[in-house]
Design a protein around this ligand. Structure first.
Ligand code: F6P
Length: 334
């Protein structure tokens, strides 16, 4: 699927740890398995940390064997569990985390999570010297430096499965539906879902739209007989109740859209084949990068190649949504 880097082992590592952090994503289990089995093949001991950085601070660590990761590649979620850990913003907590890792003889930590978790990982290495490698694990696909993230493909297909069903009833009853998808303040998931679902409209935080114009467009195509029903994909954004507010505004312009919020269903389920292969490769290559002398990097994908991106870049730059992609999406539904 991807071109993998050729890396030469130059560094001796005997013990690593792995954790999953932030919102879970389908494929995290496959990534852990990739890390564990690859590390064991080099004679490296692997410790699994439960519940992300929260579990690390609570010293909740177990040694993982090859059998620990049997029968998980096909499972959604993360068997190590995950958590958001606001305490990790505190440098004192990061120092404590490094001490706990040292007490277990851990030389390097592999962190699978979103940009917040990978920022924490970068600060841990910068301040304490613990070697870290990050893997992009989020359904949002909003991490700078990588075109793909573990879980994005599965979440997109889960959302599509739901929208295809919604379209059947929308069509039968000649209704418009606002379908809210996740993505926090990124419209990446919404745009891809919108294109694949043939959505009549896609609303994302990156591009402000005038709701009156949206209403006019929908009303015009309804009158013209080309749009008696329709799907409007809405990225959840950072604003509470955004989709209800849009529905209210559309109502003021004569439409009566129904709302369907897909929510956490997008985070669960068996990972797609794509996500399993991506996660397995990234997990394996993370160990190879470590042995080749790298750290403070994320292993991601760029132009079909598995590449390393300095974790520092994730903090400095934001992944932008290509306006051309959105343009294509909107052209296609006409
Ligand atoms: O970052 C992944 C994500 O699923 C976002 O799309 C969403 O906004 C957020 O996590 C929800 O987080 P939680 O499950 O903690 O409410």
């Amino acid at each position: 699927m991807y071109n993998l880097p050729t890396l030469e082992a130059t560094r001796e590592i005997t013990s690593i740890a792995v954790l999953t952090s932030g919102g879970d994503s389908p494929g995290m289990n496959a990534a852990i398995r990739g890390v564990v089995r690859t590390a064991l093949s080099y004679g490296i001991t692997v410790q699994g940390i439960h519940r992300g950085f929260t579990g690390l601070l609570q010293n909740d660590i177990e040694v993982l064997s090859s059998a620990s990761v049997s029968n998980i590649v096909q499972r959604g979620g993360t068997f190590l569990k995950s958590a958001r850990c606001p305490e990790f913003h505190d440098p004192a907590c990061r120092k404590q985390a490094a001490e706990i890792l040292h007490s277990h003889g851990v030389e390097a930590l592999i962190v699978i999570g979103g940009d917040g978790s990978l920022t924490g990982a970068h600060l841990l290495e910068e301040e304490t010297g613990v070697l870290v490698i990050g893997l992009p694990g989020t359904i949002d696909n909003d991490i700078f430096g990588t075109e793909d993230t573990i879980g994005f493909d599965t979440a997109m297909n889960t959302a599509l499965d739901a929208i295809d069903r919604i379209r059947d009833t929308a069509d039968s009853h000649e209704r418009h539906f606002l379908v809210e998808v996740m993505g926090r303040n990124s419209g990446f998931l919404a745009t891809h879902v919108g294109i694949a679902a043939g959505a009549e409209m896609i609303l994302v935080p990156e591009y402000a739209v005038n709701i009156a114009e949206v209403a006019l467009q929908l009303a015009t195509s309804r009158k013209a007989g080309t749009g008696s029903s329709g799907i409007i994909v809405v990225a959840e954004g950072n604003e509470p109740d955004l989709t209800s507010k849009i529905a209210n505004e559309l109502q003021q312009h004569g439409l009566s859209p129904h709302i369907s919020i897909l929510g956490h269903i997008q985070r669960g389920g068996r990972p797609s084949g794509h996500d399993r292969v991506l996660a397995s490769c990234l997990g394996a290559v993370a160990v190879e990068y470590l042995l080749a002398g790298y750290s403070d990097i994320m292993v991601g994908v760029n132009k079909g190649e598995v590449v390393d991106i300095p974790l520092d870049d994730l903090i400095r730059y934001r992944k932008g949504l290509d306006p051309e992609l959105l343009k294509i999406a909107l052209q296609l539904h006409k």
